[in-house]
Design a protein around this ligand. Structure first.
Ligand code: NAG
Ligand code: NAG
Length: 504
């Protein structure tokens, strides 16, 4: 018997049409609901940890104070600035460029600006050449490597970003390492810190050159790559989750002036912390560097008088009416770009479901394993990688119920034998359990378990510290000298409690 083709089968065709219509319907619903922009980041508390590499327990209260609302002082903006027209129309939410993130902005659209220095280059650059600079991740043409001495490594050219420094700057004391570098080279002396004969540390104080690099770097990049839509800056001891960031950039128009990264501030200027990495749109470049013959010369005195290059750049941006942050005037956003390493930063409920863009103070080993992790992430189907995803893959495996010789810096509450009289238990915890916390490891753990938000604790002698945020920290391994000079500290985690930190 001949089979009827399926499209003539009158039981299948109407059902097929119905299924197709329902699919279209749900697809549209889904588009509306998954729009990441509706999860506006402005509700989030600011993270004040930037610029501070370690978060001290004493200063955390202060760090969690909300920022004063961000209004650049009008006098800081030159009245003649051609940027005024752009500056007045301040969008409060990023303008959508497309419906759903799916890779409209590709690595071809951006330039990755990598900053290093002559005395650290040989230790920090090679791991990136072997991992994060893979040409399927960032095309070689879209990568600019900046140092303070020119080098050639295979097909990579390292640019001396200070090569055009003016005479007056060259005479500055801070430039001594730059001048000495040439002498090292001329005398056939290495500066690799590779522990091989003939090796040296290089000129002392190379870090002093750092602040001079930011303006020439951005000026050079914008001129060398005028067709780029975004300039993405990173330092040699950072890891930047580039594919995650590209999906983020999809939500902004590169023609508009955008400048975002990890929030930092100094002398009344808000700026992107250099170590955490940042993104600058072509629109921002044109509205600032694009208007000047030589921005480096124009701000030479300001650079000389201040300490940090990322701040100098932020000051310039502010002068040209380019406000920091992805909501422009709102400074509350600062998740994603981290000025600390993954083991020294806090995993909080508030950032748990936010996408993750960078970690700073990375060892070469970190770069290798973060690169592996990034490659294992399926961006096409899972979308952006969040703090939660990173935590589950890279942090949680280290966390145990209890580990001796480990201090994880739990610090929201600290109960000691000498302050217990004033201890106030959090809501829902009995005074009896709480006030015993300092007595023993078991009592400390019991107090943490009794406080419903507690996710980690640390016990030492007569001191119990507890926290509602998670930080991995570092242990003290067997054979380490520090085990001879102190008593063991014990730490414990309750990472299973993050099950309550649901996303969506
Ligand atoms: C230095 O100046 C030359 C000539 O203008 C230019 O080609 C080069 O790109 C400049 N270098 C930097 C790092 O800006
Ligand atoms: C963030 C961090 O690692 N904090 C501490 C964890 O414990 C070690 C060992 O006691 C300390 O050296 C770290 O400073």
């Amino acid at each position: 018997m001949a089979r009827v083709p399926f499209y003539r089968e009158n039981r299948i065709v109407p059902v097929g049409i119905m299924v197709f219509v329902m699919f279209l319907f749900f697809y549209h619903l889904d588009l509306d609901h998954t729009d990441p922009r509706t999860a506006d980041l402005s509700d989030l508390p600011p993270d004040f940890s930037h610029k501070e590499n370690t978060i001290k327990a004493e200063s955390r209260q202060q760090q969690q104070q909300p920022l004063p609302s961000f209004q650049p002082s009008p006098s800081a903006i030159p009245p003649q600035s051609a940027s005024d027209k752009l500056h007045t129309e301040k969008p409060t939410t990023p303008k959508p460029q497309k419906q759903q993130h799916g890779g409209q902005t590709t690595a071809e659209d951006v330039v990755l600006l990598f900053k290093t220095g002559a005395s650290v280059l040989w230790r920090r650059l090679p791991i990136h050449l072997a991992t994060s600079f893979a040409s399927d991740r960032i095309p070689t043409d879209n990568l600019l490597i900046y140092s303070d001495y020119p080098e050639t490594i295979g097909s990579w050219q390292v640019i001396d970003v200070l090569e055009n420094s003016t005479e007056s700057v060259l005479r500055s004391d801070n430039y001594e390492p730059y001048r000495q570098q040439a002498d090292y080279e001329a005398r056939q002396v290495y500066a690799e810190q590779a522990n091989v004969e003939g090796d040296g540390n290089g000129p002392a104080g190379g870090w002093k050159l750092d602040k001079y690099k930011f303006l020439p770097l951005i000026q050079h990049a914008g001129r060398a790559k005028p067709d780029a839509k975004w300039y993405i800056y990173m330092e040699d001891d950072a890891y930047l989750f580039l594919p995650n960031l590209l999906q983020h950039l999809d939500r902004f128009s590169w023609q508009e002036p955008w400048y975002f990264g990890g929030l930092a501030w100094k002398h009344g200027d808000y700026f992107a912390h250099g170590g955490a990495g940042f993104a600058l749109s072509r629109g921002a470049w044109e509205q600032s560097f694009g208007l000047e013959e030589d921005m480096v010369a124009k701000y030479a005195a300001f650079t000389e008088a201040h300490g940090c290059g990322d701040h100098v750049l932020g000051h310039v941006m502010q002068d040209y009416g380019i406000n920091f942050g992805q909501t422009h005037g709102k400074s509350s956003y600062s998740w994603g770009f981290n000025p600390e390493p993954h083991w020294g930063g806090w995993f909080r409920r508030a950032s748990w479901c936010q996408p993750l863009y960078s970690w700073h103070h990375m060892h070469s080993k970190d770069v290798a394993r973060l690169y592996n992790f990034e490659r294992s992430w399926d961006f096409a189907t899972k979308g952006q990688m969040k703090y939660r995803d990173f935590f589950q893959a890279m942090i949680a495996p280290y966390m145990r119920r209890r580990v001796v010789w480990w201090d994880n810096q739990s610090s929201r509450y600290e109960i000691r034998s000498d302050n217990v009289a004033d201890a106030q238990p959090p809501e829902g915890v009995s005074k009896e359990v709480w006030n015993k916390a300092w007595v023993s490891m078991d009592a400390c753990e019991a107090a943490c378990e009794a406080w419903k938000d507690c996710v980690q604790w640390t016990f030492y002698e007569d001191q119990c510290r507890m926290d509602e945020n998670l930080m991995l920290g570092m242990g003290i391994p067997e054979g380490d000298q520090r085990r001879q000079t102190s008593l063991p500290r014990t730490s414990g985690w309750l990472p299973q409690r993050t099950d309550k930190w649901v996303c969506d």
